[in-house]
Design a protein around this ligand. Structure first.
Ligand code: BG6
Length: 463
C-alpha cells in the first residue's frame, strides 16, 4: 500500500489570476490598450475586459480574503501595457506603483508572489506593428519589459514565469487574440522561444536568487486503443502539443518529432545565425504548468477531415498525425471540458520522468455557473469535488517521487473567462456582477472558500 507521505511542509497553497481577466481599469492611470481590449463580436452578449472584477480597485480586499483562506502563494500576471502603454518606450510610473503596492500587500500577509510576465495581453501598439511576427521589434520589447520588471520587483519577487500557455497561443492563436496563419504562428512561436530564453538568462544574471520557468498548458495523451498506430498518434500529439514547448527551454533545442511535423507541413520557422545558441541558454529552474484535461488520441489517416476545434481545448486533428476525441470514461463540465483528475497524476509523472525539474501547477479548476443565494451564500460542491480529486492525485504523484512544490488553481477570485464571459466562474470568491451589469462587484465567500481554507490549514490532509 501507499505510504501517504502527504504534502511537503513548505508546499505552496494558493491560486491564480491574470491581469486582463481580473483587474479592469482598462484605460486608467495611463494604461495602454492590449489586444484583449479590442471588442469582439461576441461581446454583444457577454462582458468584455473593461471592468472585469475590478481587482485594480479592490486588490487590498481581495488579498485580505486570500490571506483569510491561508494562501502562502499567489500567481498573478503583470499587464504589459500598464507598465509600457505602447509596449516599449516610456514607462508608466502609475503602473509600477500599482504592482509595487500589490506585491507589498502580498508580502504583508506572507504570500509568495509568483509572477507571470506575459499572459495573453500583448500591447495593442506592438500588435499594430506586427506583434510577435515582427522579430526586430518584439524580442527586444519583451526583453526590455522583463528587465524593467526585474529591476522594480526583483527585490521581492523570487518566482517568475515567462509566457503563459505559449502552446495555446500557437495552437489557438485566433481564439486568443492573434489572427495569423499556421506558418506565421510557428514563426511567432520561434520568436517567443528566443525572447523567453533571453529573459531566463537575464533573470539569472540580474537576480541570482530568483527562479524562472516556462508556463505551458500540459495534457497527457491516452492512445484510444492498443492498436500500434494509436500509440504513435498519441506520441505525435504529445510532441506537437506538449514537448515542443518544454524541450526548447529545458533541452535547448526543438523536439525532433514536432520538428518533422513542421517540415512536413511547411511550417518550419526561419532561424537567424545565433538562434541555436540563444535557445541553449535558457536553463529554467522549474516548470509551471496549467492542467485542465487529458487528451484521447487515435491514428488519423491523411484524408481525415480537420474538423472544428470547437471549445474543447484539446479537440483537433492533424491528418496523418493524430485525431483527438472524447474519452468515454470521462465526464464533462457544463462547458464541455473533460474532467480527469488521474490524468493530472499521469501528466506530473510523465513530465518529471522527462525533465526532472521541480514543478508547480499554476492553473487547474472548474468553470461553472454559480448561483448567489439569499443571505450571500454560494454553494459550489461541484468545484470542491473537482479540486479535491485533483489535489488527491497531486498527493499520489508526490508519493510517486515527483517534485511538486505548489498547487495554484484557477482562479483565486471570479474573473472573466478568455472568451465565455464572467458567468463561467472559477473562483473561491464570488464577484457580484453579471455579463451586462457590473452591479456592486461585492465579494462573497463561496462554500469552496471555507473548504480550501481547511485544506490549506491541514496542509492537504483534510480534503
Ligand atoms: C487557461 C488560461 O487557458 O485557461 C486562462 O491561461 C483561462 O487565462 C483558463 O482563463 C480557463 O479558460 P477559459 O477559456 O474558461 O477562461
Amino acid at each position: 500500500t501507499k505510504t501517504n507521505k502527504g504534502f511537503p511542509k513548505d508546499f505552496f497553497w494558493g491560486a491564480s489570476t491574470s491581469a486582463y481577466q481580473v483587474e479592469g481599469a482598462y484605460d486608467e492611470d495611463g494604461k495602454g490598450l492590449s489586444v484583449q481590449d479590442i471588442p469582439k463580436p461576441y461581446h454583444d452578449k457577454i462582458c468584455d475586459f473593461k471592468v472585469t472584477s475590478d481587482h485594480y480597485h479592490h486588490y487590498k480586499e481581495d488579498i485580505a480574503l486570500m490571506a483569510e483562506m491561508g494562501f502562502n502563494e499567489y500567481r498573478f500576471s503583470i499587464s504589459w501595457p500598464r507598465i509600457f502603454p505602447d509596449g516599449n518606450g516610456p514607462i508608466n510610473k502609475k503602473g509600477i506603483e500599482f504592482y509595487n503596492n500589490l506585491i507589498d500587500e502580498l508580502i504583508k500577509y506572507n504570500i509568495e508572489p509568483v509572477l507571470t510576465i506575459y499572459h495573453f495581453d500583448l500591447p495593442l501598439e506592438l500588435e499594430k506593428q506586427g506583434g510577435w511576427s515582427n522579430r526586430e521589434l518584439i524580442i527586444d520589447a519583451y526583453v526590455q519589459y522583463a528587465k524593467t520588471l526585474f529591476e522594480y520587483f526583483g527585490d521581492r519577487v523570487k518566482f517568475w514565469q515567462t509566457i503563459n500557455e505559449q502552446n495555446m497561443l500557437v495552437l489557438y492563436g485566433s481564439l486568443l487574440g492573434t489572427g495569423a496563419t499556421q506558418k506565421e504562428l510557428y514563426q511567432q512561436n520561434h520568436h517567443m522561444m528566443l525572447a523567453q530564453s533571453l529573459v531566463m538568462k537575464l533573470c539569472h544574471e540580474m537576480l541570482p536568487e530568483a527562479k524562472i520557468g516556462p508556463a505551458p498548458n500540459i495534457a497527457c495523451a491516452y492512445p484510444a486503443t492498443s492498436k500500434p498506430e494509436d500509440i504513435v498518434a498519441a506520441q505525435n500529439f504529445s510532441a506537437i502539443r506538449n514537448w515542443l514547448y518544454l524541450d526548447v527551454p529545458i533541452r535547448g533545442h526543438y523536439n525532433k518529432i514536432a520538428w518533422s511535423y513542421l517540415e512536413e507541413f511547411d511550417l518550419v520557422p526561419t532561424f537567424e545565425p545565433g538562434d541555436e545558441e540563444i535557445l541553449r541558454g535558457a536553463n529554467p529552474d522549474f516548470i509551471a504548468f496549467n492542467y485542465y484535461n487529458s487528451a484521447t488520441i487515435e491514428h488519423a489517416p491523411y484524408d481525415a477531415p480537420v474538423g472544428d476545434k470547437g471549445d474543447q481545448q484539446m479537440a483537433f486533428t492533424i491528418p496523418g498525425w493524430f485525431k483527438s476525441f472524447d474519452n468515454p470514461y470521462l465526464t464533462k463540465t457544463e462547458f464541455g471540458w473533460e474532467m480527469d483528475p488521474v490524468g493530472l497524476r499521469t501528466t506530473i509523472r510523465e513530465m518529471y520522468d522527462r525533465y526532472e525539474l521541480p514543478m508547480i501547477i499554476t492553473e487547474n479548476g472548474l468553470g461553472a455557473y454559480d448561483t448567489l443565494e439569499e443571505g450571500d451564500i454560494v454553494n459550489d460542491p461541484y468545484r470542491i469535488d473537482y479540486l479535491r480529486e485533483h489535489i488527491e492525485q497531486c498527493r499520489l504523484a508526490i508519493e510517486d517521487g515527483c517534485e511538486l512544490f505548489g498547487f495554484s488553481p484557477w482562479s483565486a477570485i471570479d474573473l472573466v473567462s478568455t472568451h465565455q464571459g464572467c458567468s463561467k466562474r472559477y473562483g473561491f470568491i464570488y464577484v457580484n456582477r453579471d455579463e451586462k451589469d457590473d452591479k456592486d462587484l461585492r465579494r462573497v465567500r463561496k462554500a469552496s472558500f471555507y473548504w480550501y481554507k481547511k485544506v490549506i490549514a491541514s496542509n492537504g490532509s483534510d480534503l
